[in-house]
Each structure stands twice: as C-alpha cells, then as structure tokens.
Design a protein around this ligand. Structure first.
Ligand SMILES: NC(=O)C1=CN([C@@H]2O[C@H](COP(=O)(O)OP(=O)(O)OC[C@H]3O[C@@H](n4cnc5c(N)ncnc54)[C@H](O)[C@@H]3O)[C@@H](O)[C@H]2O)C=CC1
Ligand SMILES: NCC(=O)COP(=O)(O)O
Length: 340
C-alpha cells in the first residue's frame, strides 16, 4: 500500500528547556526541511533563536501555517518561558510551560489539527519537584486523551519491544505481574501493530521473567504460573504469541526475525536491547491512544546541552515514524486517500 503524503504537520513539544531538545529540533529541521515530514515547535521562540546554529525562525499563530513555513524556516508556536533556561540546569519554575506544551500539542492532535505529537525529552525529577504526578509522558498522555491503558513501545530497525510494567521499582513490578496485566498490554500491542503499523497478523514473542525463563520452575515459578497462562490466553484470542522465551537469547539477530514485537516483563528488559542496538535511531512510541505520539528514545542529556554535540537522529526517526503512523490513521479514516 502506498501511504498518502503527510496531510498535517506534527507538533513537537519543548521538553526540558535546559536539555538538548531545542538543539536537536534545530538539527532535525535542517535534515528534514526539504523533504518533510513538516513539524512545528511549541517553545520559546527567542530561546530557540539564541541557540547555536539556529535557522530562520518564523512564529506561527496556528498549526495550519506550519506547512507553508517549514521548507524555509522553523515554525515555532511561541510560548515564552518566565526566564531564560540555563543549559544543564533544569528549573522547576519552567514546569508549567513544559507541561503546557504537551497539553497544547495533545489538544491539537485530539482536534485533528496536527498529524501527531512528538515529544522532546522531559527531566522527570524536575517536573516531579514542581508537582507533576505522572512518571512520564506515557501515563500523562493517557490521562489527557482518555486513552489507555497506555502501552510503551521502543522501536528501532528490526526490533520492537514493549514493557508490561514501566516506571516503578523492580520489586513492585514483579509483585504486580499477573496474566491479566500481561494481556492488558499484549492485546493492545497486537491491535496497534495491525492498525498503525500495517502488520496484518502480528507475531508476539513473550519474554520470560526469570533467567532461562525459569528453567522448568527451578529458577522461579512466575514463568509457569503467570507468563505461560497469559500466552495461552493470547493464543486462544487468536493472537500469534510464543514464549515464555529466555530473555538473554530472544534478542539475537536470528531470534528477532521470528516476531514483530517482544512483550517484556519490565522496563529494562525492553529498553536495554533497543538502546544497545540503536540508541541513535530508536524511537519511543505510545500505543493505545486516540492520537499518535512518538519521542526520541533518549533523555534530556543535560551533560551535552549547549555544546552543539547532540545527535538528532533519534528525533528525526521519531518524526518520520509519527508521520508514517499518522498516514495509517488517515487511511483508516478515509480509505480513498491512498495513492494509486
Ligand atoms: N521521553 C522522555 O521524556 C525521556 C526522559 N528521560 C529523562 O532524561 C533525564 C536524563 O536521563 P538519562 O538516563 O541520563 O539518559 P539520557 O538519554 O539523557 O543520557 C544518557 C547518555 O546518552 C547521551 N545522549 C543522550 N541523548 C543523546 C543524543 N541525542 N546525542 C548524543 N548523546 C546523547 C547523554 O549525553 C548521556 O551520556 C532523566 O530525567 C530521564 O527521566 C529519559 C528518557 C526518555
Ligand atoms: N525510559 C523511557 C522513558 O523514560 C520514556 O518515558 P515517557 O516520558 O515517554 O513516558
């Protein structure tokens, strides 16, 4: 199927203004302005213009102006910070603007005025200090959109992983693991692979929890008592699920060819393989929302902020993937928009 060319711009949020978000947005514009996908930034336009290597910047009043501006200038929906950001030093006083950009982008996406939301990384501890009560974008976006449960996917060339438990202490994640919890993540993952990624019959590989997937119960019983029943229920529901797979061998190049997504039991089991294989090109996608949302796989990189050495590749991959997912949703809404 040939997907339609991008009909709507993407909204890119400010992220932590003391981090590398502004710098990688500038570099991403430099790489994409001739080809698209078109995006605009929700940020302090004066802050962006003062960053090293800033391109021409045009303040836009509405997302509808972004497409025409994008080939020659970086479109910015100007949302001024209360005082200048200092690279490397997050300031909780900026939290309302950081969160405001996420909320505004989400509202625009819900209204169908942008193709999707791409988020620059946030400094979670700084937002928590300012009263933010979510562990990250993933959970916040579920609340803002009424979608969910939100499903976090990390994707790079040849590998997609999905953690069943996300930002919580490992001991708590293990204690919370049930067949129902695994199903609540695996079923929407299969649905999103079909709906948004165009994979008609998705194959899920489900990771075991313990070393060697429990080695027949000699290294832990969770794989027999929790993971295996979830896989049986997935199969009964018509989903091609296999496992529990020993987590240490299920990410080898050969193993990766046998599935479309790996369902992992906890955060690091899912994120370590993608970030190790392709930190530069990995993308974080939130599935099971009414809107499209992607993000670079990395964080705020405070150690690099202001140095001009940040790599924009993951943001570029996030923008490209958001555009592709948005195109799938556009076809779903209007099958006639597929190119011949
Ligand atoms: N989606 C989001 O909002 C995310 C936010 N974070 C937050 O970011 C903050 C910092 O997290 P860390 O664990 O230190 O991870 P990090 O990804 O910010 O940094 C880890 C290492 O990778 C390097 N790095 C990261 N991005 C890079 C880039 N584009 N180019 C070149 N080098 C790069 C950094 O310099 C650092 O050495 C935390 O508050 C964390 O919660 C982390 C991941 C995702
Ligand atoms: N470790 C991944 C991460 O922190 C991304 O979180 P989110 O802000 O996308 O929910």
């Amino acid at each position: 199927m040939t997907l339609p060319s991008q009909p709507l711009p993407l909204a890119l949020t400010m992220g932590e203004p003391a981090g590398i978000g502004g710098e990688i947005a500038i570099l991403a514009w430099g790489l994409l302005h001739a080809t698209g996908p078109a995006f605009f930034l929700i940020d302090d336009a004066d802050r962006i213009a003062a960053l090293p290597g800033a391109p021409p910047i045009i303040r836009i009043a509405a997302p509808e102006e972004a497409g025409a501006v994008f080939p020659t200038a970086l479109p910015v929906l100007h949302r001024p910070l209360p005082h200048p950001a200092i690279p490397g030093l997050p300031d909780p006083a900026h939290a309302p603007r950081v969160l405001g950009a996420i909320e505004e982008a989400t509202t625009l996406a819900m209204a169908g005025r942008v193709g999707g939301v791409v988020t620059n990384p946030i400094q979670k501890a700084s937002l928590t200090a300012a009263g933010f009560r979510h562990p990250g974008h993933t959970e916040y976006l579920a609340e803002l959109t009424g979608g969910g449960p939100p499903v976090m996917m990390l994707a790079c060339e040849g590998l997609r992983t999905v953690p069943v438990t996300i930002h919580e202490p490992l001991a708590q994640a293990i204690a919370r693991l049930t067949p129902e919890l695994i199903l609540s993540i695996a079923i929407p993952t299969a649905a999103a692979l079909a709906r948004d990624f165009g994979i008609a019959a998705p194959r899920l590989a489900v990771a075991g929890l313990n070393p060697h997937a429990g080695e027949a119960g000699t290294m832990g019983l969770e794989d027999i008592q929790i993971v295996a029943p979830a896989i049986a229920a997935l199969r009964a529901a018509g989903i091609a699920a296999t496992g529990p797979w020993p987590p240490d061998t299920m990410f080898t190049p050969k193993a990766r060819q046998s599935y479309d997504a790996a369902i992992c039991m906890y955060h690091d089991q899912a994120l370590i393989p993608v970030k190790t294989i392709d930190m530069a090109g990995g993308v974080n996608v939130t599935l099971n929302l009414p809107i499209i949302r992607t993000s670079p796989d990395h964080g705020t990189a405070l150690d690099l902020a202001g140095t001009g050495r940040a790599d924009p590749s993951s943001l570029v991959a996030a923008l490209r993937l958001a555009a592709r997912l948005a195109a799938h949703r556009a076809v779903e809404k209007d099958p006639a928009c597929v190119s011949p």
